[in-house]
Ligand binder design. Sequence first.
Ligand code: SIN
Length: 296
Amino acid sequence: MTTAGNDTIDIAIHPSGAALGADVVGLDFNRPLSPETLQSINQAWTKHLVLRFRGMGKLSPEALIEFSRHFGELDMRPIATGSRSQFLEVDRPELTIISNVVIDGKPIGGLGAYEADWHADMTYVERPPKGSCLYAVELPSSGGNTYFSNMYMAYDTLDESIKKEIASLTCVHDASRNSAGELRRGFEEIDDPRKTIGPSHPLIRSHPVSGRKCLLLGRRRNAYINGYTLEDSERLLNMLWSHATQAKFTWAQEWQLGDMIMWDNRCTMHRRDSFDPSARRIMFRTQISGEPVVAA
Ligand code: SIN
């Protein structure tokens, strides 16, 4: 590796050794990204699914947004999450805050301090996001780690009979709740997955960059396999979910201040540990727009 700057390919990729994840070492966020460096990051992202940039120091919302834009158009944060201008010097619609901190009685961000179950982001829309960048601004002394699971491996290791069974199946993804599990405006509580309202996606997706097959599960709650009895749908989904979230397919992001990670939402799922609600955790997040889901 050379350290001449981002105008040459000057980064090194250090795989985590687990099922996914790698550190990108040597990137200087204060310098423009050259096409060669960008290409190396994109290649590493396709190969390792989650990239970590450690020791980024203080990254401004603008720097995170500018970096994220290299990987596609950015989604605007949902209106419901409101403006965070009381907290941020720079309030940008491309930036979402994930935090349990409350100022003047109002949460400055989403998700609080509780555990977030395994999920892929926003599969309850027709074009779920391509990926996200998440940067640690403030961290609790323990807890709040984020785990990722490799959905290529989850697919590849299924029994051949299951691969055959799910080859042409689609699943309804519940649009009634947002990523934080809150009921969205205009939706009613559902207690029967057969009544779930939301888009149907194939259970096996073809990744638009790698062309590889991966499992697309999204979110367990109220998921329903079209054309199946409720019993058969539950049986198959329970099996797929417990298979896909086995420790051997996962990697843990144990956060340090200044870490920035980016994940590919098309071929991974993630979950987050809870943490002490009296501690503070503040993360900046951007989301890269996705493309239509294509069945494998
Ligand atoms: C999420 O996007 O599910 C939250 C990740 C985190 O807070 O670490």
